[in-house]
Design a binder for this molecule. Sequence first.
Ligand SMILES: NC(=O)c1ccc[n+]([C@@H]2O[C@H](COP(=O)([O-])OP(=O)(O)OC[C@H]3O[C@@H](n4cnc5c(N)ncnc54)[C@H](O)[C@@H]3O)[C@@H](O)[C@H]2O)c1
Length: 263
Amino acid sequence: MSVSILKGRVAIVTGASRGLGEGIARAFTGEGAVVAMFSRDAQRLQEHSAALKEMGQEAVAFPVDVADVAQVNRAVEQVVSEFGRVDILVNNAAVAPSMLFVEMPDDVRDGVIDVNIKGVWNCTRAVMPHMLKQRYGKVINISSVTGPMVSGKGMTAYAASKGAVSGFTRTLALEVAEYGINVNAICPGSFDTPMFRSVAGKRGWSSDDEYVKHVGKEIPLGRLGTIEEMGDLAVFLASDKSKYITGAEIVIDGGNIIQEHKG
Ligand SMILES: NC(=O)c1ccc[n+]([C@@H]2O[C@H](COP(=O)([O-])OP(=O)(O)OC[C@H]3O[C@@H](n4cnc5c(N)ncnc54)[C@H](O)[C@@H]3O)[C@@H](O)[C@H]2O)c1
């Protein structure tokens, strides 16, 4: 008999309308959690939560811009008043404009900082008092290998923002460890999502399918990661199977960054 390892847990997943956030939200509901899906794309969110409910799983959509602290605070209060607690926060929402440093306007840079750093800050700030009171919580920050470990041209703002997420993850992990709260980061390599496909044109590819195939061939495991595989890792970090792990950055990249030579 299979056991639902997140049964009874209440989770918030940001950027849950598509890509990795969608995969994580599905994996959590599949393991019995109630999931509050935060994203700006209200229509897609409604469709997902309706589809999950039809499958007998519990997901509720909240249209939230994570960069807007008032919207975040309101939505977190709604989650707590509706479900009584919040056990898991996945800070997944992010933007990734690819633009050379000398060409990047300040407003594009600020957009990255607002979503990728302040968004993580806002959501964590809003849930933390509840987790401290419960003396229980799991914060999972979706970072990247880009920034903390490697980088590419055009990624100054994005890489800087993910580097900030690393420092934030470690420091907060230290501050809340004594309350039984785990704070970890996941560093994905290349996953097949709309964000990943959106850079194909900028990298000179006329077809995003061809780009996905090309990148996949250079990865030791021979392909990009799937949103289901990201869901599996997030479930592990959200569950008590990982309770002695905190302040860690876990790479999930099919072996890509350990290669000395590609191909
Ligand atoms: N796909 C990859 O290969 C890859 C690699 C490394 C890291 N990541 C990280 O994984 C996470 C998810 O990436 P993805 O590829 O699924 O991206 P995506 O662009 O496909 O999805 C991002 C989601 O975030 C939401 N979002 C963006 N700004 C928001 C805001 N202000 N408020 C609320 N929601 C907002 C979008 O609506 C969307 O649902 C990001 O943190 C990204 O940096 C992805």
